[in-house]
Design a protein around this ligand. Structure first.
Ligand SMILES: Cc1ncc(C[n+]2csc(CCOP(=O)(O)OP(=O)(O)O)c2C)c(N)n1
Ligand SMILES: [Mg+2]
Length: 355
C-alpha cells in the first residue's frame, strides 16, 4: 500500500474510535516478497490453530482459564519477525501482555509449551505450571514475565529502556498492552519517562486497541480521538495502524523500529485489532461474528494475488490442527508440578524456601 493510502486509512480509522475493524480489501500488489508472505501466512495460521486448541483444552477441562490473542496475528507475527531476538542489552526487551502468543511463535517458541502452560504441567517452561495461559517468560530472549495485573508492563519497560540507553548499541524496549489499560497511571508514567527531553528512551510503545476492556466499549472511555493522540502531547512520534492488515502493520513496525534503533527516542503505535473469541474463557471464548478476521482477509488477498492457493492454505491449517491435537494428548500424560517446588523461582534462579 502506498504512503498516502496508508495515511488515508489511518485517518479513516481515527474517526471510528472503538468501531475500527476496516481492512485493506484492495487488490493492490503486495510490497512484501512472496517467500516472506508465505512465512507470515504459515505463522499466522499456526498461531490461530494454537489458540483454537488452547480454547478446546479449556472447554474439555484440560485447563482452568484461557486468555489469548486470536485477532492480533496480522500485527503480532510481523512484530515477532522484525524484532532483534537475544539475551541482554544489545537485544530487544519484550514487556508483553496476554494476547501476544503470535509474537512468541514468530520468534520460534514451541507450541507444545503453550499447551503445557494451559494444562499447568511441570514442564511448562514459562511458569512451571503455575500461571494462566499465554503468560510467557523467556530469559534467553529478554521476554520479561507477563503479569496478570494489566499495565504494569509499561512501568517495568522504563527500566530496561533506561539500561539500554546507558549501554548504547541498537537494542530497544518493546511494550504492548490493551486500550482499556491506558486509563492506568502506569501508562501515563511510561509516556512521561520515555519522552523526557534530557533523556528520551529507545522504546516502542504499542497499544493494541480492540475497542473493549472486558465488556466496556472504548467509545465511552476515551476523550481523545485516537489513543495515539496522547503520545503527541509528549512529543512522541506516533502512528495509528490497521492491525488487521499484514502489510500496513509490517511496514509501520519496521519504520518505527528503524527510527528507535537509530535515534534512541520513543515511538508510539496504536494498532487497531479484533478480539475474535471475546475477552477470555470468562466470557465464553466463543467466536465473535461481525469482527474482521485478519487471517481470512489475508487469505483472500493471497489468493487474489496468486501468492498461495486455497488448498495450500487449507492443508497448512489442517496439519497444524492435527499436530496440536496430538500435542494436547501428549501433555495430558506429563507430570504435574511437585508440591515441594512451590517456592522455586520466586526470585531469579532461587530454589526451595527463600526465607
Ligand atoms: C490492575 C488490574 N486491574 C484490573 C484487572 C482486570 N482486568 C483484566 S483484563 C482487563 C481489561 C483489559 O482491557 P484492555 O486493556 O483493553 O486489554 P484487552 O484485554 O482488551 O486486550 C481488566 C480490567 C487486572 N487484571 N489488573
Ligand atoms: Mg481492549
Amino acid at each position: 500500500m502506498g504512503k498516502n493510502a496508508t495515511l488515508k486509512k489511518s485517518n479513516e480509522l481515527s474517526s471510528t474510535q472503538g468501531g475500527l475493524k476496516s481492512v485493506n480489501t484492495s487488490n493492490d500488489e503486495f510490497q512484501i516478497k512472496k517467500d516472506v508472505l508465505e512465512k507470515i501466512y504459515d505463522s499466522m495460521a499456526k498461531a490461530r490453530m494454537l489458540e483454537e486448541r488452547l480454547i478446546k483444552m479449556y472447554k474439555q477441562s484440560d485447563g482452568y482459564f484461557w486468555i489469548g490473542g486470536p485477532g492480533e496475528e496480522a500485527f503480532n507475527i510481523p512484530l515477532g519477525m522484525l524484532l532483534k531476538k537475544g539475551q541482554g542489552k544489545d537485544y530487544d526487551y519484550l514487556h508483553l501482555h496476554y494476547r501476544s502468543s503470535a509474537i512468541l511463535l514468530a520468534m520460534g517458541a514451541q507450541p507444545v509449551d503453550s499447551l503445557r502452560q494451559m494444562k499447568n504441567t511441570a514442564l511448562d517452561p514459562y511458569s512451571g505450571g503455575r500461571n494462566f495461559s499465554n503468560h510467557y517468560s523467556v530469559y534467553d530472549w529478554n521476554v520479561i514475565p507477563v503479569a496478570s495485573t494489566i499495565e504494569t508492563q509499561y512501568q517495568t519497560a522504563i527500566g530496561t529502556a533506561i539500561a539500554q540507553k546507558r549501554h548504547g548499541g541498537d537494542g530497544i524496549t518493546i511494550v504492548n498492552g490493551g486500550d482499556a489499560g491506558t486509563a492506568e497511571g502506569d501508562f501515563a508514567s511510561c509516556l512521561v519517562w520515555a519522552s523526557r527531553p534530557a533523556n528520551p528512551l529507545p522504546m516502542l510503545i504499542i497499544v493494541t486497541n480492540n475497542g473493549f476492556g472486558i465488556s466496556t466499549p472504548s467509545q465511552g472511555q476515551h476523550g481523545e480521538k485516537t489513543i495515539a493522540d496522547r503520545a503527541k502531547a509528549f512529543g512522541i512520534q506516533s502512528k495509528v495502524v490497521n492491525g488487521n492488515d499484514v502489510e500496513e502493520s509490517y511496514f509501520a513496525i519496521k519504520e518505527a523500529m528503524d527510527y528507535i534503533r537509530k535515534e534512541r527516542k520513543p515511538y508510539f503505535i496504536e494498532s487497531q485489532v479484533s478480539r475474535l473469541f471475546g475477552h477470555s474463557s470468562a466470557s465464553g471464548a466463543n467466536f465473535v461474528s461481525g469482527e474482521v478476521d485478519c487471517l481470512n482477509e489475508f487469505e483472500k488477498r493471497l489468493v487474489a494475488q496468486k501468492v498461495m492457493t486455497e488448498s495450500q492454505m487449507k492443508k497448512i491449517k489442517a496439519d497444524y490442527e492435527k499436530e496440536f491435537l496430538a500435542l494436547a494428548q501428549q501433555v495430558k500424560t506429563e507430570p504435574m508440578p511437585d508440591p515441594s517446588t512451590i517456592y522455586d523461582y520466586t526470585y531469579w534462579n532461587q530454589k526451595g524456601k527463600y526465607w
